[in-house]
Design a protein around this ligand. Structure first.
Ligand code: GLC
Ligand code: CA
Length: 557
């Protein structure tokens, strides 16, 4: 299985590299940096949506699966990118967004045209509910991007379902013709162009509970309520995945990774068990959503190191005991920067604690994913940035709903701005910091989104040739990972789970190597004497009898 030992690098096209100075990243920009990615030791590139789109949700609102967003390029550029990856021995996977389309997609335009349009049933339409003579949505479901999950359409006097933005209507997977159109246009079309697989967006949401009941009230202060129980892991979800695999994916030597989020152990085995014929692996959100209310990420509490360790257990405990496979990641385009979230982004500890996280990630089992900029230690945006610098529809809608209820200078709004700064998706979406020239070398003109103020201190140009840099440390960790089967395949045994300073564990594979890892997540020195027979493989410290703040070590036993 070529994808098990692979390291995957995610590219988010709008912010990777602008080749023609219009302020927006593009495919030629990506092509110009393929050697940079390859040199890190990466095997596969995952490219986030580059399809034609009005960009209300940065391309996760697709208006044509078979066309490229013109600002990013065209089909020829994509062919060149596929060849550019393949000629360097890398593979390319795309993002498969098939829970919904853009409302600008031709399918939806037809669907909304009349009640008897042949494509009417390709989306989810319901009659209004009338309460005291007032027209209301069919039920109380809350959209992930705030407000009702239903939008009224005057032309036919019905509502359509959109779990995300109003301009992202959900496709009706109950309709077989619609499913076949998805398989052909979104999936087969790209396999035939030579791509090697897909990251499958919102892969647990296609099958909705057809009763469309009101969701239980969990947030009494809200008009609309989280409705996950009615659309996540729904009644026909596995049938749909098996059908898609059988009809299309199984005809190619492809890998698939599904975005599923939270899942019980039994449920996850149904999606990614080796014999299931659904997907190869999936993203679980235990680590990245640590501290957040699972029903509303902006209701944020906090966490300690034991909570953090437990997320590692939950995301990998089935490795070695079942035939299911998993992923290792702590960043992507929907998450904040890991050094800020899980380590220490102050100038004193930024690089060192970034190396600590690299050691952790590279010793966990599963297929490893890195997100653009993570390899150079890009951080969250500065705390002082006002709401105007945030561009994501998720951040903006939530903020607007809040300021409709509370004054802008209220404690409530100020508190929210802190949480936003900590976990907003915008943190991952600032332009990649290539060098210390204007706009961080991302573009020759002012980019679509502000560059993080720290680009003079944090950029790729200053790191690629510096053996002590985070970039080269990542590269070393990725190479080390491939030398020891237990790092990729082994079961994890966490030692001293309740210790809030150090994260300590052993990785083993029967009859093969054994690895011991200790990582000091605190700002204190910690006494430590290794077994004299162990061999030190990697450290970000000086190998004394103390672990200095954020020092970690990886030993073979
Ligand atoms: C997934 C994507 C996210 C997008 C959403 C709707 O969660 O990762 O960026 O907003 O789906 O498509
Ligand atoms: Ca451009």
């Amino acid at each position: 299985m070529w994808w098990k030992e692979a390291s995957i690098y995610q590219i988010w096209p709008a912010s990777f590299k602008d080749s023609n100075d219009d302020g927006v990243g593009d495919i030629q920009g990506i092509i110009s940096k393929l050697d940079y990615v390859k040199n890190l030791g990466v095997d596969i590139i995952w490219l986030s949506p580059m399809y034609d789109s009005p960009q209300d949700d940065m391309g996760y609102d697709i208006s044509n699966y078979e066309k490229v967003y013109p600002k990013y390029g065209d089909l020829n550029d994509m062919t060149q990118l596929i060849e550019g990856c393949h000629s360097r021995g890398m593979k390319l996977i795309l993002d498969l967004v098939i829970n919904h389309t853009s409302s600008e997609h031709e399918w939806f335009k037809q669907s909304r045209a009349s009640l008897d349009n042949p494509k009417r049933d390709w989306y989810i339409w319901k009659k209004p509910k009338y309460v005291d003579g007032k027209r209301c949505p069919p039920n109380n479901w809350l959209s992930y991007f705030s407000g009702s999950a239903w939008e009224y359409d005057e032309a036919t006097d019905e509502y359509y379902l959109h779990l995300f933005a109003k301009s992202q209507p959900d496709l009706n997977w109950e309709n077989e013709e619609c499913r076949n159109a998805i398989y052909n246009s979104a999936v087969k079309f790209w396999f035939e162009k030579g791509i090697d697989g897909f990251r499958i967006d919102t892969a647990g949401m296609y099958s909705k509970d057809q009763r469309f009941l009101d969701a239980p009230i969990v947030f009494p202060d809200n008009e609309y309520q989280p409705c996950k129980v009615f659309h996540q892991n729904g009644p026909r979800i596995h049938e749909f995945h098996q059908e898609m695999f059988k009809k299309v994916t199984s005809h190619y030597d492809a890998m698939t990774v599904g975005e599923v989020g939270h899942c019980s152990r039994d449920e996850l085995i149904r999606y990614v068990g080796a014999s299931r014929g659904e997907m190869n692996m999936m993203f679980l959100f235990d680590m990245v959503e640590l501290g957040s209310d699972p029903l509303d990420r902006f209701r944020y509490m906090d966490f300690d190191l034991t909570d953090f360790k437990n997320t590692v257990i939950r995301q990998s405990e089935f490795i070695g005991t079942t035939d299911a496979w998993t992923t290792v990641f702590n960043e992507n385009h929907d998450q904040a920067r890991s050094i800020t979230r899980f380590a220490n982004d102050s100038p004193e500890y930024r690089v060192k604690s970034g190396k600590l996280l690299a050691m952790l990630q590279s010793c966990l089992s599963g297929t490893l994913f890195l997100y653009q900029g993570q390899e150079i230690g890009m951080t969250n945006v500065p705390k002082e940035w006002p709401i105007e610098e945030y561009k994501d529809i998720n951040s903006i809608n939530y903020y607007q709903e809040l300021v409709e209820k509370h004054p802008k200078d209220s404690a409530k709004v100020k508190e929210f701005m802190k949480v936003l700064n900590l976990i907003a998706r915008d943190n991952a979406r600032t332009p990649v910091q290539w060098d210390s020239t204007a706009y961080a070398g991302f573009s020759g003109v002012e980019p679509w989104m502000r560059v993080n103020d720290n680009y003079k201190e944090i950029n790729a140009a200053s790191q690629v040739d510096d053996p002590e840099s985070l970039y080269n440390f990542w590269s070393k960790c990725l190479a080390n990972r491939k030398k020891f089967p237990s790092l990729i395949y082994g079961q994890i045994e966490i030692l001293n789970l309740d210790n809030k300073d150090t994260f300590e564990f052993v990785k083993k594979t029967e009859g093969k190597d054994e690895i011991y890892v200790i990582l000091n997540f605190s700002q204190k020195d910690v006494d430590f004497t290794p077994n004299s027979e162990w061999k030190l493989l990697i450290t970000n410290g000086d190998n004394s009898s103390k672990l200095t703040p954020y020092e970690g070590r990886i030993y073979s036993m």
